[in-house]
Design a protein around this ligand. Structure first.
Ligand code: NAD
Length: 485
């Protein structure tokens, strides 16, 4: 079994304050595949103090952005060099199919870190501005100590998307991975150490809500960056409000895919199988869970989706042919199953799936499921499902589709499917969400300032917008130059 006994704090591998451990279970075998120390509030305190010292007196914020970029490139190289090990750890702890892990969870984090290294080299952080009263010198300074709280569904990806930018800006960090998937963070810490990152720039404190709460409440933290559920995000925002700590939140979603009347149904079904059912085992904040289709085409699309769902290969995440692996925990599978049952009780029809796949009783598997005849008022349409379940909602016309798409507390993403790209783009502009895809919905890009509207959050990850999450502005008023006497 893969195990670690120390926490990474202040550039050293140190003994944790308590003997508590996190046993990491494989969602496909239910066996323990890893064990790491669980950080207590005392460990979080030590980690924040180390990050504080590294920020207040250490070299990192005082290095040039280009020097920091050199370290980030070495971190990205380290991620590439240890890609197989990271793939193994993420697949075994998350149950995500190995092909998905390789691309989205191991390669994409490298792209993010390299992107921020490029931004560090090219983004001007100082300028002179001619003001009404004289010359202003404006500089962007790092915000300080960043506390990063990470979900289980994108462990290394969220970490790289957040900390790559925070580090590029000159911040130091305390990283709290989720207790379900803490293993890869230990490899990242070793990579940062080997890359010559100064002590205290990364500090690692795996744990659950207790460690997270301690991190958020710590007076030594300047900014919290969080990805996770809207419920937890709200609690974090409330806690940050009390201390006036800054926060960037990436929260839940409940996206609508608007299918226009001219869309080629076969292509739409093939695309939606990925973006609503298969991708990340359906546990994706950008899953297009509500498919809005004109009444005249609903039967055709439902049949195509149901047929495609039945073709999805569900099974062992280490099999390269697997498209959907297990859900993260038994408790989470229960929740997904309850939501499908609630949909059925409220009048929806299960056209494919709906239960545990035959022959996969060990592990927390759930069949790719298509629910038709769904009304947007049903629980299955109102709440984020976070599983391989798609709902089909019939609409009268484009206007009703837009109204239903926006009738949700969330605003993370949406998609429009049409034979006419300009028509699709025009409808996309009417969706109140941070990311819109046309005839697609799963492309990720480190240059995209990814983030939510409404209750899906307030932060941005990727692009220069993310660098600015970790910068704050300082203006120096310069007196007018006096002529030399
Ligand atoms: P979660 O909110 O349960 O947990 C997220 C993290 O917060 C974990 O590390 C957890 O230990 C920690 N935590 C829990 N309670 C806390 C507290 N009171 N204070 C501080 N930290 C606390 O979410 P999850 O189940 O791990 O992740 C799934 C959710 O994440 C979904 O809602 C999904 O949509 C969302 N998500 C959003 C994005 C995005 O970019 N918007 C990306 C991925 C996932």
């Amino acid at each position: 079994m893969w195990s670690k006994e120390s926490l990474f704090i202040g550039g050293k591998w140190v003994a944790p304050a308590t003997s508590r451990v996190i046993d990491v279970a494989s969602p496909s075998t239910e066996e323990v595949v890893g064990r790491v120390p669980e950080a207590s509030a005392a460990d979080v305190d030590r980690a924040v103090l180390a990050a504080r010292a590294a920020f207040d007196t250490g070299p990192w914020p005082r290095m040039t952005p280009a020097e920091r970029a050199d370290v980030l490139v070495r971190v990205a190289d380290g991620l590439a060099a240890r890609a197989d090990e990271l793939t193994q750890l993420i697949t075994s702890s998350s149950g995500l199919p190995i092909t998905v892990t390789q691309l989205a969870h191991v390669m994409m984090p490298q792209f993010y870190v390299r992107h921020y290294a490029d931004l560090a080299r090219t983004t001007p952080l100082e300028e002179y501005r001619a003001g009404l009263t004289g010359k202003l010198h404006i500089r962007q300074a790092p915000v300080g100590v960043v506390g990063a709280i990470i979900p289980w569904n994108i462990p290394l990806l969220a970490t790289a998307a957040k900390l790559g930018a925070a580090w590029a800006a000159g911040c130091t960090a305390v990283l709290k991975p989720s207790p379900e998937t803490p293993l890869d963070a230990f490899v990242l810490a070793e990579i940062c150490e080997a890359a010559g990152m100064p002590p205290g720039v990364l500090n690692l404190v795996p744990g659950g809500a207790e460690a997270g709460t301690a991190l958020v409440a710590h007076p030594g933290v300047d900014k919290i960056t969080f990805t996770g559920s809207t419920t937890t995000g709200r609690a974090i925002a409330e806690a940050c409000g009390r201390t006036l700590t800054g926060y960037a939140l990436e929260l839940g979603g409940n996206a609508a895919a608007i299918v226009l009347d001219d869309a080629p149904i076969g292509d739409v079904a093939a695309g939606l199988v990925q973006s609503a059912l298969a991708a990340n085992n359906g546990q994706a904040c950008i899953a297009q869970s509500r498919v809005l289709v004109p009444r005249s085409r609903a039967a055709e699309l439902t049949d195509a989706l149901a047929a495609a769902a039945r073709e999805i290969r569900v099974g062992d995440p280490f099999d390269p042919a697997t498209m959907v692996g297990p859900l993260i925990t038994s408790r989470h599978r229960e929740r997904v199953s309850d939501m499908v049952a609630a949909g059925r009780a409220e009048g929806a029809t299960v056209c494919a799936g709906g239960g545990v796949p035959a022959g996969l009783e060990r592990g927390w598997y759930f069949e790719p499921t298509v629910l038709a005849g769904v009304d947007n008022g049903m629980r299955v349409a109102r709440e984020e499902i976070f599983g391989p379940v798609v709902t089909v909602i019939e609409v009268r016309d484009e206007d009703e589709a837009v109204a239903i798409a926006n009738d949700t507390e969330y605003g993370l993403s949406g998609s429009v499917w049409s034979a006419d790209l300009e028509r699709a783009a025009a409808v996309g502009r009417r969706i109140a969400a941070g990311q819109i895809w046309l005839n697609d919905s799963f492309t990720l890009d480190p240059a995209c300032p990814f983030g939510g509207w409404k209750n899906s959050g307030n932060g941005r990850e990727g692009g220069p917008e993310c660098l600015h999450e970790y910068l704050q502005t300082q203006t120096t008023f310069r007196p007018a130059e006096r002529p030399q006497s």
